[in-house]
Design a protein around this ligand. Structure first.
Ligand code: F0G
Length: 457
């Protein structure tokens, strides 16, 4: 197996430690077995998310010092705007403090109660923002996406027939926009092909429905297109990204992923009138449109990060590092979603702990075991996140029960990943002993963040 050698060296370190087992056990109980409630200092290797957890480069840190903190028309905004425009080709660049703020503002302008918003698979914040407005978030990804072992180069693709069906059923009046999440986080970090983007774009244009990207991992998606889609091998990442964005009317972006920063986001839009409406609301909710809830220095760091993220040396290591963990797990016979995603490896919890039924959260059983065994923090993407009760009181479960091992960008080395694989190997040997969970208390929205659980005996 090729070792993914880091294309950087370490200039600054942050100590981490594996607490004694009894302390980990105590933290689990205090947190109601919810890893979002465990202090980060009690975590050894934190694979909870790749969001906002990147290590910034020396150039980004240097850029921070050049932040212009003017309230209006800051120099840093213009630099940021120029970089986003050069990558996306979209004229209106509107900062927001993170992805969900951009979503909230865009949807507040476009979406009304009773509307339907199709996506390949909505990420939980886009789904929640849409539902909060009284509309329906509809997933239209290809069926292959729901088979964890089905090899498909672009498993994040939208099923065009499902989208056509949605347009027929609801009519374009009830579909204020169509989205594509690149890469498709909730479906395993899988990419969307350029051909699919083009087809969705064409269909939307025919029906005069605005088409948007949820672009959080646009660079990783571009890299997969370069590697896997015929005709793109000799194109640069910047050219591929530019082509992708040429097919949309705009995007929401969580810069905490593919802009290599710890906080930030933006909207990029084509339409002047929509941009004006978005800016009007932005002033109310986020701040003046040249800072959008961020400091000038944050805009500088995003600008520098966006330039680094489209470099091939960065992306080829990034994707290889994630695949390396996937291969280590696969060699041990641990069931993982294939092909490997761009930002994370997803363990198929139902296959690893088949004795735990969906209503007892099999993914969470593995998440808890990872922390118990190795101080590793991961996240469940399954029933705990998505199961819901119908009006008749029945439970509807998601089709997959996954555990996501998200890899922060430029943070962990090969040996950290080896430790993660070793820990999962130990868990696998004792998988039959793992227990399910029951909910003790939960809020109505985004419950996985604050839910408390009880371990079943
Ligand atoms: N869209 C996608 C595809 C995401 O993955 C996320 C965040 C967001 C939007 C929201 O962005 O956090 O800046 O408000 N995903 C993180 C994750 C939280 O762990 O996958 P945000």
């Amino acid at each position: 197996m090729n070792i993914p050698v880091e294309p950087f060296k370490i200039k600054m370190v942050e100590p981490i430690q594996l607490l004694p087992r009894e302390e980990r056990e105590r933290w689990l109980r205090e947190a109601g077995f919810n890893l979002f409630k465990i202090p980060a200092e009690a975590v050894f290797i934190d694979l909870l998310t790749d969001s906002g957890t990147s290590a910034m480069s020396d150039r980004q840190w240097a850029a921070l010092m050049q932040g212009d903190e003017a309230y209006a028309q800051s120099r840093s905004f213009f630099r940021f705007q120029e970089v986003v425009q050069s990558i996306t080709g979209l004229p209106h660049v509107i900062p927001a403090h993170q992805g969900r703020a951009a979503e909230n503002i865009l949807f507040s302008v476009l979406v009304k109660p009773g509307d339907v918003v199709p996506n390949n698979i909505h990420f939980d914040t886009t789904r929640a923002n849409i539902e909060y407005l009284g509309a329906t978030a509809l997933d239209c990804v290809i069926d292959e996406a729901y088979d964890p072992y089905r090899e498909h180069p672009f498993k994040g693709n939208m099923d065009i027939h499902k989208l056509q069906q949605a347009i027929r059923t609801y009519g374009r009046e009830r579909i204020p926009l169509v989205m594509l999440t690149i890469t498709n986080n909730s479906g395993g970090g899988q990419p969307v092909s350029m051909e699919n983007i083009r087809q969705v774009s064409q269909l939307c244009r025919e029906h005069r429905i605005p088409f948007f990207f949820d672009a959080a991992r646009f660079a990783e998606n571009s890299f997969f297109i370069q590697q896997r889609e015929p005709g793109y091998q000799n194109k640069s990442i910047a050219d591929i990204a530019r082509e992708m964005f040429s097919y949309v009317d705009g995007c929401t972006m969580s810069a905490k992923k593919d802009a290599l920063v710890n906080i930030g986001g933006f909207l990029a839009l084509r339409d002047d009138e929509l941009a004006q409406k978005v800016k009007d609301l932005l002033i109310l909710k986020e701040g003046f449109p040249t800072y959008g809830g961020l400091a000038g220095r944050d805009l500088e760091a995003m600008a520098a990060g966006l330039q680094e993220v489209v470099q091939e040396s960065y992306l080829s290591h990034r994707v290889a590092q994630v695949a390396y963990l996937g291969q280590l797990l696969q060699e041990k016979g641990i069931p993982v979603v294939k092909p490997f995603g761009g930002h994370a490896i997803y363990v198929d919890a139902r296959a690893l702990v088949p004795h735990i039924p969906q209503e007892q959260f099999p993914g969470q059983a593995i998440v808890v075991a990872l922390y118990r065994e190795g101080g590793i923090r991961a996240v469940e993407i399954g029933s705990l996140m998505f199961a819901r009760q119908t009006e008749a009181g029945n439970w509807e479960f998601p089709r997959m029960e996954l555990v996501r091992l998200a890899i922060p960008r430029r943070v962990y080395t090969v040996s950290h990943l080896q430790f993660v694989a070793q820990t999962l190997g130990t868990i696998q040997q004792r998988a039959a002993d793992l227990k399910g969970f029951r909910i003790r208390s939960a809020p109505p929205f985004l419950r996985h963040f604050t839910v408390e659980l009880e371990e079943l005996q």
